[in-house]
Write a protein of this length. Structure first.
Length: 202
């Protein structure tokens, strides 16, 4: 990586599919593995690495919340929360701030600004430099997300204030889902439900 002060060969990028990843984590010359992804793949990585007792660190996502206090700069807080939440990478980032906890005294003002940022975002081809919000990764992901939204509405888990549907028109053939926000959501975690894809396969 010229220009950043790293010796040649220190950082190597090896594009590969599942077979390449499996070979890498099983290789006896690998001294440590850091995996970012989902739980099913993490289990396979841990099993493969166990052959050589290779140490593994996993980062499997989370639900870290943005917290907005009553003395916050609401314009900045709304902009950051919108882009770190439902907009950035179409909400597919492992560091996505999928929750925002807002002090009750500024809740209404924050929500107004937050929704304004989201509703003003440009949706479309992610290769267009003016586009802020693109598609999700696949049909399976789109179906899962719509299933989660539908479940939340059916269970009255909060008030759906914007979004919640597949996009139509010129974007109907893509995996586009409207940026979606629920307000008034109970912060007490519930027991996880089977995903719709899991339920439909039974």
């Amino acid at each position: 990586m010229p220009g950043v002060g790293l010796p040649a060969g220190l950082v190597n990028v090896v594009p590969a599919g599942p077979d390449g990843g499996d070979a890498l984590v099983r290789h006896p010359g690998i001294r440590k593995i850091h995996f970012t992804g989902g739980s099913p793949t993490a289990r396979m990585v841990l099993e493969a690495a166990a052959v050589n007792l290779t140490p593994v660190v996993t980062e499997l996502g989370g639900k870290s919340a943005n917290i907005v206090f009553d003395d916050a700069d609401l314009d900045a807080a709304a902009m950051l929360s919108a882009h770190q939440g439902p907009l950035m990478q179409s909400g597919q980032s492992c560091a996505c701030a999928s929750r925002v906890l807002v002090h009750e005294s500024v809740y209404d003002a924050f929500l107004e600004k937050f929704l304004a940022v989201i509703e003003a975002s440009t949706i479309g081809d992610p290769l267009d430099p003016l586009v802020v919000f693109g598609p999700v990764v696949s049909q399976v992901a789109a179906d899962r997300i719509i299933g989660v939204i539908d479940d939340a509405v059916a269970e009255r888990s909060g008030e759906l204030v914007v979004g919640g549907k597949r996009l139509g028109g010129e974007l109907a053939e893509g995996y586009y889902i409207e940026p979606t926000v629920f307000a008034g959501v109970d912060n007490v975690p519930r027991s996880p439900k089977p995903r719709r894809s899991d339920r439909s396969s039974r």
